[in-house]
Write a protein that binds this ligand. Structure first.
Ligand code: HEC
Ligand code: HEC
Length: 249
């Protein structure tokens, strides 16, 4: 089959006057819209530790090894740089304002906000301006993406200081000192692992699925008193989950 982008079609006619007209059929975005994009970061952006983890968290659920929505797969270099159906190259090295991933993440293409809205809370949050600046910086700096599989960079999450800080803010007022509610205290790793009087252990090190703490913090435990005091923001929830996955140390 002849790829569609070789035949730009009638709507490209106004652009043919410009010598720089691209070969693919890319719906042009008005300059005034492009001007609203968050500016690219000027400091060097690192692909492995900054860009790949962001794509992984925000996009791979639908564009990874398991699902390729819109026939787009972005966990490999080859897939990520594809020329999209209607909006030009997904990633164009050196040209962030002509890269569909930026235009879509910023909501500049009708009905193509990525990630799409309307998923579960926390799963489809739009990228922040800072994240778009980061991605623009990376693309404008050449969109470096080494060949081959990307070795995962896992940031260790430990009780000290990460989880202690989180639980101090969210739980200490009811779960520390002599009057810790339900006998559950967040004051030390040992106490958190010991659990509470009626729930018993709420953390199964290495096994997030068996850790009822995550159900409680997600606001999904129907028996906990004051459920609203127990629900924490999604970012914190993910951190606690990662901490448990890494062995709850
Ligand atoms: C919840 C699922 C979901 C998530 C998460 C998601 N997408 Fe999509 N994406 C889609 C769907 C569905 C389509 C096809 C939409 C259509 O064609 O109408 C699509 C299409 C695209 C396309 C166009 C592909 C083509 O060839 O036309 C690009 C580029 C894209 N997404 C980028 C991203 C980026 C970048 C992210 C992360 C910031 C992301 N998507 C996150 C569901 C998702
Ligand atoms: C406003 C006070 C309050 C806050 C804040 C709070 N809790 Fe609770 N928590 C309670 C009460 C009340 C109970 C029920 C105690 C009982 O049954 O005697 C409880 C019970 C629990 C239990 C079950 C203990 C048992 O009985 O086995 C766990 C685990 C727990 N909370 C964890 C947390 C965590 C983690 C946080 C922080 C994200 C938190 N709680 C925040 C008041 C609070």
């Amino acid at each position: 089959m002849i790829p569609r982008w070789r035949f730009p079609g009638l709507r490209m006619l106004p652009c043919l006057a410009e010598l720089a007209a691209p070969l693919w059929s890319q719906v042009p975005i008005p300059a005034a819209e492009l001007a609203k994009l968050p500016p690219p970061l000027t400091r060097p952006v690192d692909f492995k530790t900054e860009v790949y983890p962001l794509f992984k968290a925000a996009c791979f659920k639908c564009h990874g090894a398991e699902k390729q929505k819109g026939k787009y797969r972005m966990d490999t270099r080859e897939g990520a740089f594809k020329v999209t159906g209607d909006h030009g190259p997904a990633i164009q090295a050196g040209k962030s304002t002509q890269s569909a991933v930026i235009l879509m993440a910023a909501g500049l293409i009708d009905e193509m906000l990525m990630p799409p809205p309307g998923g579960k809370p926390g799963e489809s949050d739009p990228l922040t301006r800072e994240q778009i600046s980061l991605l623009r910086g990376w693309i404008d700096q050449g969109a470096n993406w080494p060949d081959g599989p990307i070795a995962e960079v896992i940031t260790p999450v430990r009780f000290d200081p990460d989880i202690r800080k989180l639980l101090s803010e969210a739980c200490a007022r009811c779960h520390s000192g002599a009057s810790a509610e339900g006998g559950f205290s967040m004051e030390s790793l040992e106490r958190v692992l010991a659990g509470g009087k009626s729930y018993g252990k709420v953390v199964a090190p290495g096994d997030p699925k068996k850790s009822s703490l995550l159900t409680i913090l997600a606001g999904k435990d129907e028996d906990i008193p004051k459920p609203e005091s127990h629900r924490i923001a999604d970012k914190g929830l993910k951190q606690v989950e990662e901490w448990i996955r890494q062995g709850a140390k």
